[in-house]
Design a protein. Sequence first.
Length: 97
Amino acid sequence: MKERYMKRNYNFSKAAVIKGPIKSKTQVDAAMRDQKTLTSIRLDKEIIEVAKQKAQEEGVGYLTWLNKKLRSVVLGEEDLEGRVQKLEKAIFKKKAL
């Protein structure tokens, strides 16, 4: 009986990672959009230590925390909490007790 092996010329570098069963093409498209790029970067030791501490306080990994902070600075994106605080300041003159 002939054994079947995966061809060596398949390239999965751009494949989407989907956890759980695939339910729709929209789910696949969203996974492709959200795909991260592996990179190497050198940061100061102090930055890494602070990132790990802050990430632990928020209950996330430090790389996830760093990505979130970079997105807010580089792309001007804010987290939901930051947007709510800005709206409260704009709407309410005095903060409710």
